[in-house]
Ligand binder design. Sequence first.
Ligand code: FAD
Length: 308
Amino acid sequence: MKKLKSVWIIAGGAERIAELSAGAAAWGEETALIYAGDREKAAGAGTVYYLGPLTGVSYLSYIPAIVALVREKQPELVLVESSCDGRLTAAAIAAAVGVSALTDIDSLEADADGGGIVGRRMIYGGAAWKTERVSGPTAVVCVGAGVFPPGETAPPPGEVIELRPEAAPGTRLLEQQKKPAPNVNLPAAGRIVGVGRGLGTADNLGAVRAFAAALGAEIGCSRPVAEEERWLPKERYIGVSGVIATPEVYIACGVSGQVQHMAGIDRAGVIAAVNKDKNAPVFRQCDYGLVADLNAVLPRLTELFNRA
Ligand SMILES: Cc1cc2nc3c(=O)[nH]c(=O)nc-3n(C[C@H](O)[C@H](O)[C@H](O)COP(=O)(O)OP(=O)(O)OC[C@H]3O[C@@H](n4cnc5c(N)ncnc54)[C@H](O)[C@@H]3O)c2cc1C
């Protein structure tokens, strides 16, 4: 693929910066990051445009400065973190440069014919995919987690250019509350054991935890397990409205395999399933399937893995 001259990243947290930075390095000859937050964390691209801290200031009040910078420098591609702030920023840039923003993209490629950027995203609750093309002086794309493999080398420290624009009026920060740190990072997990409603009761979670520990796996779940049964926290549910994960191995235990769940895990390297119903949809989507009662099978599998 012929590289673009200049690819920019707009992201907040270190993890997304690392991932988008790897993507930007693969796509662009020159990379830049636009960043607001802790000054010492302003790194991750050839050039870092530092806007200022986020204490007492809403991120939204930096958007006019971000838009002005992108309009002035005209990078060919801007990769934006797919978050609430990111989507708003992407929309503002796209409106200013007169292009459409691609949102919630889960794969990206260069359009060999037209010279634009082609992105794919899920639609209809995971039942279909939509492929869209964007071109223009600046293509703007909101990218979900897991699209770019994290870089093997740390991103360059980069030259930091301090912009510190006046926070634009219009948005006033009323209150800031620290979000509790999540206990799990499923998008980064190499192995995941997925728990479905077939578990029966939260009392059976002990056997799942032992199985996951034997495999060195994280525990994920289906939406009903988190939202209806509340056996596990919401941060662990996988699917179109939950976490999108790309582990090497996913083992679905008592998960029926509805499209809304599987859309969150369909890029796993290997999918295995344990379900007592041989007609469960999950068996049409897995590489290995075991028709069995998971409560009988998991302790035996745990024993085998612990012995191996
Ligand atoms: C707009 C929308 C968005 C949604 N988003 C998501 C999402 O992001 N993530 C998500 O997960 N769901 C989502 N859903 C819900 C989704 O459609 C399914 O209802 C859900 O995934 C089913 O969860 P489950 O497989 O755990 O439960 P169930 O469908 O109840 O399946 C339980 C399975 O366990 C098996 N089983 C029962 N007992 C045992 C046993 N002892 N041993 C082995 N197997 C057993 C059964 O045969 C069955 O196949 C969404 C739905 C909608 C409408």
